[in-house]
Design a protein around this ligand. Structure first.
Ligand code: IMP
Length: 503
């Protein structure tokens, strides 16, 4: 007969944290959110750590290079998705690694013959008001001039006229040669009272732009996550098919951490993939495995496959229909608690700490806090990041509100990329993910800052100053339905809600 587990499957909403003693030292500025990503021996430090315990899901609608740059700058890491060609994924990783803090590859470029109307369209599309005018209209070709919003008036000038009549020509620009340091470039901007400094190579081709506002931005960004060469940190996903070829290209491109992207990681395919990649690259690569929802899956990936970290979660993702379609999965809270206890036991037995990541189904900041309190070292999120400015999808308007498309990796939309290559995989018989829209939430940095502020405030309430301490000291209780009702507002009218309902 089948085994029925004693406890029912539980979700984060079924728990509350009990506050602990908050002493004077428990203030947000004293809280560290630095967490390990790869396994390490007790008494030592993990050689790879996140400054903010958030990673983005390896999904087409989430983890492109722009989001990876923004997230690494805020202390977390993106996993560039593997549902694309090996070359394209490696190119994305390279783009993140080549992003020099402060040195921006211009994405708003026009030829001198383009019209002011083209400039207006470009400005609306990219949101950037500084446009480089180059010979062939791309970054990397000869710089001819710069066009900014000060050079023309959208509602006064004739928009059919060419930008060559309006831009500031190269001879009148303050420029710097490639090789200049960020500090030198900043000095040039400051001395010449300029907003933007184009950097050109010996042949006069545009290489980068350095902006005054980025200097201030950089100064106020102490959590930035970089590798030993001060390049931004980035992860990348592997599948269980072309993992040898793919991992080689990704390591070559500079990926700092790899992870097998699979809805069910308790499998011999995954074991084979992790073992083979680790055998090939040894300690040069960190490879995570998953997803699992119970202690035995964790043990298998750690002991048999040699995974460096393990991801938890089946069926909880916002776009996920795995539970409906296949009947497998587990409430995310139960899964995290079970795997965290297996991780702690493994540490006691073998003296090795294997970080675990709660992946999917984190629908609000409280869920993130609960996942970390219950033992996750870091969390992986899809929807949370898909909503931000930096995710790779375009914004769209519906009934006056802004949205972004968001689809699962198991939806036919995501799997379509394989149609165009020779694939050994079977045809998609059923979908495990949906194709949807999520509300636009603005820049990633603002969103992460709010979540971090709440997380640190809760940790202070619980009397802890690190995620490790949070794991050790968090006290949680299960909640009744009546407790949930009590936790909401009661007998008050919220005006914004009344107005929204009337709209
Ligand atoms: P979210 O943060 O709730 O949006 O969930 C994101 C997570 O859902 C990802 O990190 C994956 O683990 C998982 N996921 C991504 N695509 C699919 C899918 O098509 N079906 C089921 N799960 C998915």
């Amino acid at each position: 007969m089948a085994t029925i587990l004693d406890d029912i499957s539980r979700t984060f909403d079924e728990f509350l944290l009990i506050s602990g003693l908050t002493s004077e030292e428990h203030i947000p500025t004293n809280v560290s959110l630095r967490v390990p990503i790869t396994k390490f021996s007790a008494g030592t430090e993990s050689r790879l750590q996140l400054n903010t315990p958030f990673v983005s899901a390896a999904m087409q609608a989430v983890s492109g290079p722009d989001l990876a740059i923004a997230l690494a700058r805020r202390g977390g890491a993106a996993f560039i998705y593997c549902s694309q060609s090996i070359e394209e994924q490696a190119r994305m990783v390279r783009r993140v690694k080549e992003h020099k803090a402060g040195f921006v590859v211009s994405d708003s470029n026009l030829t001198p013959d383009a019209t002011l109307q083209d400039a207006v369209h470009l400005r609306r599309r990219t949101g950037h008001s500084t446009i480089a005018v180059t010979e062939n209209g791309s970054n990397g070709s000869k710089l001819v001039g710069m066009l900014t919003s000060k050079d023309f008036w959208e509602f006064k000038d004739d928009l059919t006229r060419p930008v060559r009549e309006f831009y500031t020509p190269r001879e009148k620009l303050v420029l710097a040669q490639e090789g200049v340091s960020l500090q030198e470039a900043t000095e040039i901007l400051w001395k010449n009272k300029k907003e933007c400094l184009p950097i050109i190579d010996k042949s006069g081709n545009l290489r980068f732009l350095v902006f005054r506002r980025d200097y201030f931005d950089h100064k106020s960004n102490p959590d930035e996550l970089t590798d030993s060469e001060k390049r931004l940190f980035v992860g990348a996903a592997l599948n269980t098919h072309d993992y040898m070829e793919r991992s080689e290209a990704l390591v070559e491109a500079g990926a700092d951490v790899l992870c097998i992207d699979s809805s069910d990681g308790y499998s011999e395919w995954q074991c084979k993939a992790i073992r083979s990649v680790k055998k090939e690259f040894g300690d040069r690569v960190v490879v995570g495995g998953g997803n699992v929802v119970a202690a035995d899956g964790f043990r298998y990936l750690v002991e048999e496959a040699g995974a460096d970290f393990v991801k938890i979660g089946i069926g909880g993702g916002s776009i996920c229909i795995t539970r409906e379609q296949k009947g497998i999965g587990r409430g995310q809270a139960s899964a995290v608690l079970d795997v965290a206890s297996a991780r702690d036991e493994y540490l006691k037995e073998k003296g090795i700490y294997v970080p675990i990541c709660s992946d999917g189904g984190l629908n609000n900041d409280t869920h993130i806090i609960m996942a970390l309190a219950m033992g996750a070292d870091f969390v992986m999120m899809g929807k949370y990041f898909a909503m931000t400015e930096e995710s790779p999808t375009p914004k769209m308007t519906y009934k006056g509100r802004l949205y972004k498309p968001y689809w699962g990796e198991g939806s036919s939309r995501a799997r379509n990329w394989e149609r165009y290559k020779q694939s050994e995989r079977p045809e998609l018989v059923f979908e495990e993910g949906v194709d949807a829209y999520v509300p636009y939430s603005g820049p990633l940095e603002d969103k992460v800052n709010t979540t971090v502020a709440k997380l640190k405030a809760t940790m202070c309430n619980c009397g802890v100053l690190s995620v490790k301490e949070f794991h050790e000291k968090a006290v949680l209780c299960r909640v009744s339905e009546m407790t949930l009702i009590e936790g909401g507002t009661s007998n008050v009218e919220q005006l914004d809600r009344i107005y929204t309902e009337r709209d």
